[in-house]
Design a protein around this ligand. Sequence first.
Ligand code: ADP
Ligand code: ADP
Length: 228
Amino acid sequence: MSILQVSGVAKTFAGKGGGTVALEATDLLVQENDFITILGPSGCGKSTLLRMVAGLDTPTSGIISLDGKPVAGPGADRGMVFQSYTLFPWLTVLQNVCFGLREKGLPLPRQVEIARHFIARVGLQDFEQHFPRQLSGGMQQRTALARALANDPRILLMDEPFGALDHQTRELMQELLLGIWEEQRKTVLFVTHDIDESIFMANRVVVMSARPGRIKCDLPVPLAHPRH
Ligand code: ADP
Ligand code: ADP
């Protein structure tokens, strides 16, 4: 069975002249362990689709189910990493990564144990007492990734997570994420407008077009890492 089902999901934003159709009725089935990149030009509805899966926005019609249960609002079963750093600026790296674990009510020593494991996995073991402002962009995204993984989500939702990084850092982050995906068999839905990135990362590329947003094709991609 697919882990995520998007069935007839459409989104219209209210406004003048009937509003903006951000997404036409869309179907997408995500299988466990898929690494799907959603590729398309600016304005084709990529973020809107991801935000609805995240529960941050509601479809105008259609239904989104995770493990057979309709999603209603955000939940710890979906880990999110967005382009603009969404870390809590007043919390250290360790506290940021502990955040969801604390919400779950885990005892502090267990929170710290789990958080340290993922902080080390993204290579930030020497920075756990740093605040986000003391970190480079890449390091902040590493922290966001560790925080998402620490909650053991069913699916990782990533919206141009490396879009603000320089080329070299971006490649490092891509390798890091792929390594984690291969080792933990995570399911990933990854939005990008970068063709190289979409083909390099994915086992499936979903290509969208704009006006109105719709899926044009859904292609399997043979994995071809390492890059060099
Ligand atoms: P992408 O992520 O592919 O760049 P978006 O999902 O952000 O595309 O946007 C799809 C369309 O929906 C665009 O035409 C955009 O202007 C419109 N849109 C997105 N969010 C809103 C909003 N909150 N209110 C009105 N229109 C929106
Ligand atoms: P990333 O590849 O994660 O974006 P950078 O390339 O910016 O990181 O940084 C490379 C290295 O420089 C880091 O691994 C770290 O050792 C050091 N560094 C970067 N920013 C800081 C900082 N604010 N404080 C201490 N060391 C830093």
